[in-house]
Design a binder for this molecule. Structure first.
Ligand code: PEP
Ligand code: MG
Length: 571
């Protein structure tokens, strides 16, 4: 049995598919017969084109036309006679192998494109590098793993999963995920929960213990993984899986019920989403709105920035689907562990303390922030959209963003474009600084949403994805709990709405405390909504005051966790 961190609920039973991106070694080799080498190159080119075409067609049906366009662009490059002619001439002129000729010619073009000022040309550089690697893989016979087409019953095993890799997963076929790295709030874990795929992360050295085709069982709640276990274990976990699925079905009776505590306090139970498509699950699980739309996912998995128009369509779609229910859309939060290659950002020494979120947006107003804010304002005419600003540390950042929104509103008035004149603008409270001056913020902003994933990271000075220090990463630490309680109190005193969209909002051990502190809104993965409604409706905020008092008197994380574990076990 292997132990890791529980990252997404449920039991996964299936066949290991180990996903490893092998490094390509491209050596300069001379060839005796250059003509034969050109024929070899042409064969590889042909195969690369066919593979790309198939991938584009699959992506178009499974994900969308827009996503497939990137690959169609690659096809155009592969068909360009200037490029392929030059590769052939290099093979013949220098008597070198195809892999190296591809390396020389494509890198040369990529560098030329990358050096141009025009953004479109810079994206071409990324495309050029992409097709280079693809041709070289074919030439070297190295399979690249296509996560999107893993067979049914796969347990995806990887060192780590990038958010864009996770987004390519087909949940019908992937029944579980195991990774060596990552943490509970790494973005791949969040996506696994959104896709409702059981996952265990941070399993040390797992890749050396498992191989393709092994039979794997994982428990996404206990954080354990078995490789080729005994039949008794298989039997036990098959029964556990069936019970988990039955319990999930049972929760459906909470659909359509209000989220009101036994003593009559009604809170909002809303969902976190990453793409417009996620709204389907929000409606399926009866979410009362969207408490966090992580817009950065619209910017990932593509080769260029989504235009104002594309963003507008995405935001409008969500606003309309929620039909007047609140939709809190967070402006771009990249940097940290979310990279977007085509934006040409330099690597930060300390990404989580660096050029991230609002810092980056205020620095790139013209090409990034204004188009997004305009798209949001335009979409606000179609539903109950609220704008939320991430990673704020000082009031100046909020004021600058607010001023920009004001300018855009005036511009849109002049252009006669409709938008909601009273649109609310709030902040994520997720830095230690924002928490300490929550009273100042509460006087100016329209609402708070507590981002415990980052608040824990920034309060405890602990990288949220680093397994070595994860023992410090807990929202139940007295420092984080004090911070949370303070933020809620400041908001309540100023009379503004305060929600929570970090992962702690759906933690059964945290929910009673949040109710006692007076949280108004709980935002979580759609799949956690019904369980949370069941729990909230069984509690009384009045009765919880003594629980909260007791918890706030503890001095260590362990004491808090043990007490809350016992408390919920007795419910
Ligand atoms: C958070 O920090 O709690 C949060 C909700 O945002 P993200 O996980 O996207 O940083
Ligand atoms: Mg955050």
């Amino acid at each position: 049995m292997f132990k890791g961190t529980n990252a997404s609920s449920g039991i996964g039973i299936g066949t290991a598919r180990v996903v490893e991106e092998a490094d390509l070694v491209i050596e300069k080799k001379t060839v005796a017969d250059a003509d034969a080498e050109v024929t070899r190159f042409k064969g590889a080119l042909d195969k690369t084109m066919k593979d790309t075409e198939a991938l584009a067609a699959d992506l178009a049906t499974r994900v969308g036309e827009k996503e497939a366009e990137i690959l169609q662009g690659h096809m155009m490059l592969l068909m360009d006679p200037a490029l392929t002619g030059e590769i052939e001439n290099t093979i013949k002129g220098e008597n070198i192998c195809s892999e190296f000729a591809v390396e020389m010619v494509c890198t040369m073009y990529a560098n030329v494109f990358a050096g141009m000022d025009d953004e479109l040309m810079q994206q071409r550089a990324t495309d050029m590098r992409d097709i280079k690697t693809r041709m070289q893989r074919v030439l070297l016979g190295v399979d690249s793993v296509d996560i999107a087409s893993l067979p049914e019953g796969s347990i995806l095993v990887a060192k780590d999963l990038t958010p864009s890799m996770t987004a390519g997963i087909n949940p019908k076929n992937v029944t579980g995920i195991v990774t060596e790295l990552g943490g509970k709030t790494s973005h791949s874990a969040i996506l696994a929960r959104a896709l409702e795929i059981p996952a265990v992360v941070a399993v040390s050295d797992f890749l050396s213990e498992v191989k393709n085709g092994d039979f794997v069982i994982l428990d996404g709640d206990a954080g354990v993984v078995y490789v080729n276990p005994d039949p008794e274990i298989e039997k036990e976990y098959t029964a556990k899986r069936d019970a988990f699925l039955a319990e999930k079905k049972e929760l459906e009776k909470y659909i359509g019920k209000p989220t009101t505590t036994r003593d009559g306090v009604t809170v909002e139970l809303v969902a976190n989403i990453g793409k417009p498509k996620d709204v389907e699950k929000v409606l399926q699980y009866d979410g009362e709105g969207v408490g966090l739309f992580r817009t950065e996912f619209l910017f990932m998995d593509r080769n260029s920035m989504p235009t104002e128009e594309e963003q507008f369509e995405a935001y409008k779609k969500v606003a309309e689907a929620l039909a007047g229910k609140p939709v809190i859309i967070r402006t771009l939060d990249i940097g940290g562990d979310k990279e977007i290659p085509y934006m040409g950002l330099e690597k930060d020494e300390n990404p989580f303390l660096g050029y991230r979120a609002i810092r980056l947006c205020l620095d790139r107003k013209e090409d990034i922030y204004k188009p997004q804010l305009r798209a949001l304002l335009r979409a606000s005419a179609y539903g109950n959209i609220k704008i939320m600003i991430p990673m704020v540390t000082c009031i100046d950042e909020y004021r600058e963003a607010k001023m920009l929104i004001g300018e855009l509103k005036l511009e849109m008035d002049r252009q006669g474009i409709a938008y909601n004149k009273d649109i609310q603008v709030g902040i994520m409270v997720e830095t230690a600084a924002a928490s300490l001056i929550a009273d100042i913020f509460a006087r100016e902003v329209d609402f708070f949403s507590i981002g415990t994933n980052d608040l824990t990271q920034y309060t405890m000075s602990v990288d949220r994805g680093n397994d070595k220090v994860s023992y410090l990463y807990s929202p139940f630490n007295p420092a984080v709990l004090r911070s949370i309680r303070r933020i809620i109190t400041c908001a309540r005193e100023a009379g503004i709405m305060v929600g929570m969209c970090g992962e702690a909002a759906s933690d059964p051990m945290m929910i009673p405390l949040l109710l006692a502190f007076g949280l108004n809104e709980f935002s979580m993965s759609a799949s956690a909504i019904l369980y949370s409604r069941k729990m909230i409706t069984s509690l009384s905020t009045e009765e919880l005051q003594s629980v909260a008092d007791k918890v706030m008197s503890f001095t260590t994380t362990k004491e808090v966790e043990n007490y809350m574990r016992e408390f919920i076990a007795e419910l």
